[in-house]
Write a protein that binds this ligand. Structure first.
Ligand SMILES: Cc1cc2nc3c(=O)[nH]c(=O)nc-3n(C[C@H](O)[C@H](O)[C@H](O)COP(=O)(O)OP(=O)(O)OC[C@H]3O[C@@H](n4cnc5c(N)ncnc54)[C@H](O)[C@@H]3O)c2cc1C
Length: 689
């Protein structure tokens, strides 16, 4: 039904107050990390938001800018709008966005209890100072309660911020009253324990701060200037958290106060350490109390369904979203559930999504696989936003694709993500590209990783499908089932060779490693790949529930990404698992939030995790180690699997040394890492040639 959807409703114009939007596709506010240390937008912000505007988005809501800096931010690099001196930089940004026909609002925010003290030594502020057992997020720093006089100052800061946004040319503002920020905290009974006019059981009191801010801003900027509010439709998994019913009542209050639109999000607590908004998290059988909100993960339209209930109660425009694709968005608008739909990660994966939807080029839309690399980059690594599939994200200028000065014959060896991306970019630049893959299908490790990780978690197949389609369209000659040797390179005489042959499994040097109870991951991978030739990942995953060549008690040697994901896979198939790791860290090479959750989940499922061990020997009884306390012990096991990080595969590089002018190694064959690094390498070298 959806295959050739034209999305006429999603692409139809819409008006918020006096602002005309060319379509109903909204880029939701999401930290992009394009900010200086004092909060000004960088040139990178121009390139990032300019790309989205050029890509056809109707409305760009520029990520949260703090009304008070640094106290109002949740980390760094983040934007601020706390001083008039920032107006010119924002004016450049709005001018740039407008030049491509998009409209832009600025999200204005105060982090409140989410501000980390470690950033600048400032104690976070909140409606109430909560004791340790009361804090909705136990890992947050102790916040101090705002006095009424300070609340008035915060109101003033919001008003000044909105006025600056207007002067800078933004078409409207969106108050951030969602997630775990200050305005949300005032509205939530879980966070707000005050007994004055800004707290208590009565919703009007808890909503007072947001209502007064909207009224004061409208007074200052004029009735025609759009002022909206972003809110959690509910706080799931939190005792006394906001309910949808409360949000409906709140929506009516802010509408009366003069709000021009509602931007509806949501928030889930407890199932993860860092508490990031629900649907962006990996599903790992969470604690029972959070099951209701997990519907957001299982059913990506869940937030929109809640937003639809709010919409029925108000007459102002409502926008919402959350992991839905453009076709579902179109249907939701058509059915009157919402007026506009926001997209976050899908637009990071492909800033040109809106144009491609309009042109019906569905197969050309780079897929978001919900890997959370974008979150990790801006929050943990403190860089500009990075994306697994869109290597240019956060470095748009550096990664601009320019036609090649001289057309070359380029040989790509290996059809994993690195090789396919290199072929795509080199072909886009006008080179003649031939790609060889020794297996009978493209994708490299991805089908295998999909079997181990679970198809419901990340659709890794979408990456292969997208890249395969693109290289096909670009005229890359693809030869599958053909291994490249030095003689093939000599025969083909390419101007440039890109080696994307992946990594090789490492066999640890442990006495007894030849024992029959040892199953090297490489062998497991080989067997799985052989099966994958005949059956797809879905069937193979099902098959492993019935049979696997492993006993009940399994020791996994290696606690990096392969070891941890294998452990999850085996636990779900009834095995007793122990992970042994020589370093002090498990999951160290994974996206931080996923590693934390996975390790937590594994421990909860009884997986023994031993770090800083030394391997002594393998016998029929199991693996003997020396623990970090210097004790020698034997972990009894029926099977031992080696799952150490891969090492670069340099055999072909050595074999063709001196036989070809330009040779590049990319992806796991340069340094074994993750898909994001493989794609980035492919993209970088594709631009270089
Ligand atoms: C079980 C598992 C789980 C993983 N989980 C994750 C994860 O959660 N997140 C993540 O980001 N990454 C994960 N990875 C890692 C990720 O899959 C790799 O980093 C990525 O696939 C590397 O891409 P690549 O193109 O460099 O190499 P590969 O994907 O290994 O592709 C190399 C290709 O080259 C081909 N080849 C080799 N030699 C020749 C030759 N001489 N001629 C022709 N073809 C040749 C191979 O057949 C292969 O198809 C996982 C990997 C595995 C195995």
């Amino acid at each position: 039904m959806f295959r050739n959807a034209r999305c006429k409703t999603l692409l139809s114009p819409f008006r918020i107050n006096q602002v005309e939007l060319r379509n109903r596709i909204v880029k939701s506010p999401q930290a992009s990390g394009n900010a200086t240390s004092d909060g000004a937008p960088t040139d990178g912000a121009l390139a990032y938001y300019g790309g989205l505007a050029k890509g056809g988005v109707g409305l760009i809501i520029v990520e949260g800018a703090a009304v008070d800096f640094p106290l109002g931010v949740v980390g760094w690099p983040r934007l601020g709008i706390h001083d008039d001196s920032f107006i010119p930089a924002y004016a450049d940004l709005t001018k740039h966005i407008h030049s491509f026909g998009a409209k832009t609002f600025l999200e204005v925010q105060h982090a409140g209890p989410s501000h980390p003290k470690a950033m600048a030594g400032l104690q976070p502020v909140a409606p109430s100072a909560l004791a340790d057992g009361e804090k909705p997020v136990p890992t947050f720093d102790d916040a101090r309660e705002l006095t009424v006089a300070e609340i008035k100052t915060v109101q003033q800061q919001f008003v000044l911020a909105a006025e600056r946004a207007q002067k800078a040319g933004f078409d409207g503002v969106d108050l951030h009253a969602a997630h775990r920020y200050l305005l949300n905290a005032f509205r939530s009974r879980a966070w707000n324990k005050r007994s004055d006019e800004y707290g208590g059981q009565c919703l009007e009191s808890r909503a007072r701060l947001s209502v007064e801010i909207i009224q004061a801003i409208k007074e200052r900027v004029g009735k025609d200037y759009p002022v909206g509010i972003r809110l959690n439709v509910a706080e799931w998994g939190l005792k006394d958290g906001i309910t949808t019913e409360e949000s409906i009542a709140f929506a009516k209050l802010v509408e009366e106060a003069g709000a021009d639109f509602l931007d509806i999000s949501g928030y889930g607590y407890k199932s993860f350490l860092w508490g990031y908004w629900g649907d962006q998290l990996r599903l790992l059988e969470p604690a029972d109390e959070v099951r209701p909100w997990l519907k957001t993960v299982e059913n990506p339209g869940f937030i929109v369904a809640q937003a639809a209930r709010v919409k029925k109660a108000v007459s102002i425009p409502v926008m919402s979203g959350g992991r839905i694709d453009a076709r579902v968005a179109d249907r939701d608008i058509k059915k009157g559930r919402v007026d506009l739909v926001f997209f976050a990660r899908r637009l990071i994966a492909d800033p040109e999504m809106a144009n491609k939807v309009a042109e019906g080029r569905w197969e050309d839309i780079a897929p978001c696989t919900a890997c959370l690399e974008c979150w990790d980059s801006t929050t943990t690594l403190h860089t500009a936003v990075r994306c697994r599939i869109n290597a240019a994200s956060g470095r748009e200028r550096e990664f601009e694709i320019k036609p090649a000065e001289r057309k070359k014959k380029v040989l790509v060896v290996g059809g994993g993500p690195a090789g396919m991306e290199a072929a795509r970019v080199a072909a886009l630049r006008g080179h003649e590209v031939i790609l060889y893959e020794k297996e009978r299908r493209l994708g490299g490790q991805l089908p295998l990783a999909a079997v181990i990780k679970g198809l419901e978690v990340e659709d890794l197949g979408a990456i292969t499908r997208y890249l395969k389609t693109q290289i096909g369209k670009l005229g890359v000659t693809v030869k599958v089932g053909q291994e490249v040797t030095a003689s093939v390179v000599e025969r083909l005489k390419p101007d440039a060779v890109i080696l994307a042959v992946g990594g090789v499994a490492v066999v640890p040097d442990i006495p007894g490693i030849e024992n029959k109870i040892v199953l090297p991951a490489a062998k497991l991978h080989r067997q799985s790949k052989a099966l994958l030739r005949f059956v797809g990942p879905r069937y193979l995953r099902w098959l492993t529930r019935i049979w696997m060549p492993l006993g009940r008690r399994v020791v996994i040697i290696g606690g990096a990404i392969h070891g941890c994901e294998l452990a999850e896979f085996l636990v779900k198939r009834g095995r007793d698992v122990t992970i042994v790791e020589t370093s002090s860290k498990v999951g160290g090479d994974m996206v931080v939030i996923l590693a934390q959750r996975l390790v937590q989940w594994l421990k909860k499922r009884g997986v023994k995790v031993l770090t800083e061990v030394a391997f002594e020997e393998i016998t029929n009884e199991g693996l003997t180690i020396t623990t970090k306390d210097g004790k020698r012990e034997t972990i009894e096991a029926d099977s031992i699997v080696t799952a150490l990080p891969l090492s670069p595969n340099t055999a072909l590089l050595q074999a063709i040394d001196g036989k070809c002018g330009e040779v590049y190694s990319i992806g796991d064959c340069r340094e074994a890492h993750r898909i994001i690094h493989a794609v980035c390498d492919g993209s970088r070298v594709g631009r270089l040639i």
